[in-house]
Design a protein around this ligand. Structure first.
Ligand SMILES: Cc1cc2nc3c(=O)[nH]c(=O)nc-3n(C[C@H](O)[C@H](O)[C@H](O)COP(=O)(O)OP(=O)(O)OC[C@H]3O[C@@H](n4cnc5c(N)ncnc54)[C@H](O)[C@@H]3O)c2cc1C
Ligand code: SF4
Length: 495
């Protein structure tokens, strides 16, 4: 390493963030970029361990450990500490097609597996990754990858989320003709219309799509496969179809008065809010302005709803989760190098805490019914507290009698996860699904081939709602298998 004692001399420093009270007045990214000196210090904290776990991306006793795309983390940390940015970028691009997305939104399982994290704070791997790619763009080092030779094979990819984009990038580089179909008006999947602007600005997504178009990938937007284009048409025009349609079928809360107006799925709300940014943020059909907002569901999608509602000047935002708060420290059943399941004050919660004077999260709360006002809009939520207890050796959630509460509500956002992929398109393609409604593939973890010849699947549609980094990994792996299928099966013509 450039400086061997970095881990002893320097403490971890996270990227600065903009002041929570100021940043909720706009929709810009809340994280600020590192400066040169800090980057040198932070990257030199990497110990270049003999056996690094940060980049393994392996399963360890049932838990996933390290970076799912196997980024060469110690290698690029060393290059960054030596300020050899261009070489660091080359190493990063070998494993990750889109470091500007993971560098912003990845929960960084790599950091939980960093050896330093055994008794100190881990290296700021994610921020360093982001800086490498941003410097690549700043210096014009990120260039279109136009293949020198084209095959006569044509691949259609359905869905332009990170899985579809990674598969397209890889297959195009291998020389195949790639067309990506997207039903939305802009490519990117949940990168575009899911993850909010303050975590990932949409110019960043557009910037990558531009490079991909220059590389020769064709994008066909506003086109729903199965409706605007049929399976027969794709069969006629392409050698392979890859389904990267995501897992966006939302889980509902089928309780009394659910039909009231003012109750929406989180994704409808987030998508409308992002779309409105193209013209006027106030120009959204579902706004939190001046309202009591309740987010049902304690996960990350709910956190993004909290941050969005605060930017729309909600009167008050609370978020219900049915689990208890996470512990401050790792528990004995969540050891290093697993991802630490510890308490975190995510950006939206910090904003809520500072602007409302309270953390929006309410733990161990179960919604029992919606109350409808005379105008047909939701007026309140009735809840009960719950607790986790062991019964016959099993951990179960039990309601606590006498803990009923009524919460005023004008807008309710349902963010309790997703049932899986939407089924219509799978039926159209005659694709088998597994017990959780995900696209069935030959071998659950290794093979991306569906029950229909020439049709592959990757990303959330295959593995269920997951992470951007996993979608990229699946996109890369399905591309390898499709390439093998195309080259084996064909005596390929290179033109
Ligand atoms: C609100 C929210 C916030 C998230 N935040 C994070 C985060 O911070 N970090 C993180 O790592 N992960 C996050 N995730 C998860 C992450 O976004 C997903 O795991 C990832 O985007 C999955 O990628 P994908 O390509 O499989 O599918 P998606 O991104 O869901 O893309 C699927 C695409 O397929 C298109 N499509 C579907 N059917 C058709 C059809 N018939 N014809 C044409 N197009 C079709 C859809 O319109 C969509 O664009 C978040 C998820 C949500 C919902
Ligand atoms: S992609 Fe995620 S897990 Fe991999 S190095 Fe980047 S932040 Fe870490």
């Amino acid at each position: 390493m450039g400086y061997l004692k970095g881990f002893m001399d320097f403490s971890r420093k996270d990227q600065d963030v903009r002041d929570p009270i100021e940043r909720i007045k706009n929709w810009e990214e809340y994280v600020v970029r590192f400066d040169d000196d800090e980057l040198k210090r932070q990257s030199s904290r990497c110990m270049d361990c003999g056996t690094p776990f940060c980049h393994t991306g392996a399963e360890w006793d049932g838990a996933n450990v390290g970076c799912p795309v196997n980024n060469f983390i110690p290698e690029w940390n060393e290059l960054v500490s030596e300020e050899n940015w261009q070489e660091a970028l080359k190493r990063l691009e070998e494993t990750n097609n889109f470091p500007e997305f993971t560098g912003r939104v990845c929960p960084a399982p790599c950091e939980g597996s960093c050896t330093l994290a055994i008794n100190d704070d881990p290296v700021t791997i994610k921020s360093i990754e982001n800086e490498i790619i941003e410097r690549g763009f700043d210096n014009g080092w990120v260039e279109a990858k136009v293949p020198t030779r084209r095959t006569d094979k044509r691949v259609a990819i359905v869905g332009s989320g990170p899985a579809g984009l990674a598969a397209a990038d890889q297959l195009n580089e291998m020389g195949h003709h790639v067309t990506v179909y997207e039903r939305d008006d802009r490519p990117g999947g949940l990168l575009m219309y899911g993850i909010p602007n303050m975590k990932l600005e949409k110019d960043t997504v557009d910037r990558r799509i531009k490079v991909m178009k220059e590389s020769g990938i064709e994008f066909v937007c506003n086109t729903e496969v199965g409706v605007d284009v049929t399976r027969d048409e794709l069969n006629r025009d392409y050698d392979v179809v890859i389904m990267c349609t995501g897992a966006q079928d939302p889980r509902d809360v089928p309780l009394e008065n659910r039909e009231s107006s003012g109750i929406h799925f989180a994704m409808d709300y987030l998508k409308a809010s992002t779309k409105a940014l193209e013209t006027d943020p106030k120009n959204t059909p579902i706004t939190a302005e001046g309202k009591n907002v309740i987010v049902i569901g304690g996960g990350d999608t709910g956190a993004d709803c909290v941050a969005t509602a605060l930017r729309q000047n909600a009167k008050r935002v609370v978020q219900f989760g049915k689990h208890p708060a996470s512990p401050e420290e790792r528990t004995s059943d969540n050891p290093w190098p697993e991802f630490p399941m510890t308490f975190k004050l995510d950006y939206g919660y910090k904003e809520g805490l500072e602007s409302q004077g309270e953390d929006p999260r309410k733990y161990e709360v179960l919604t029992q019914r919606f109350e409808q006002g005379e105008d047909g809009n939701v007026a309140a939520l009735h809840t009960l507290n719950v607790e986790k207890v062991y019964e016959d050796g099993k951990l179960v959630t039990k309601e606590i009698p006498g803990t009923e509460q009524v919460w005023d509500a004008d807008l309710v956002l349902i963010a309790i996860g997703f049932l899986g992929p939407e089924q219509e398109i799978l039926e159209h393609f005659n694709l088998q699904t597994d017990e959780r409604g995900r696209i069935w593939t030959l071998d659950g973890s290794k093979d991306y081939c569906t029950n229909e010849q020439g049709i592959y699947a990757a990303g959330d549609a295959r593995r269920g709602q997951s992470l951007v980094v996993w979608a990229i990994r699946e996109g890369r792996e399905v591309a390898e298998q499709v390439h093998e299928y195309l080259t084996e099966e064909s005596k390929m013509n290179i033109v």
